[in-house]
Design a protein around this ligand. Structure first.
Ligand code: FES
Length: 107
């Protein structure tokens, strides 16, 4: 089962998710604060913005044009390739484990 670790304010919270789920769903379903997921994962709200930690950047799915555009609308500053939409990071396969930092705000 895929694992996601969320880092925020010096604390870390690791949750287990289902194969085929995504980083946004893993947060929302496990009550992790700091991810809103307002559009339900349609890449239309940017309230699931995360900063992916370096060791996991090489196993991420490619950035789609749609996701790239939404990342220009995040409430917290975009941080290069580390910035992704959690709802676009499908868990399982190459992405069995990931660690992300949460931005200061999503709204
Ligand atoms: Fe809306 Fe990810 S949940 S963009």
């Amino acid at each position: 089962m895929p694992k996601v670790t969320f880092h925020y304010d010096g604390a870390a919270s690791t949750v287990v998710a289902k194969d085929g789920s995504n980083v946004m769903r893993a947060a929302v379903e496990n009550g992790v604060d700091g991810i809103v997921g307002e559009c339900g994962g349609q890449a239309m709200c940017a309230t699931c913005h995360v900063y992916v930690r370096a060791p996991y950047l090489s196993v991420l799915p490619p950035l789609s044009e749609e996701e790239d555009e939404m990342l220009e609308c995040t409430a917290a500053e975009r941080d290069g390739e580390r910035s992704r939409l959690g709802c676009q990071l499908t868990l399982g396969g190459a992405l069995e484990e990931i660690e992300v930092d949460l931005p200061e705000t999503q709204i």
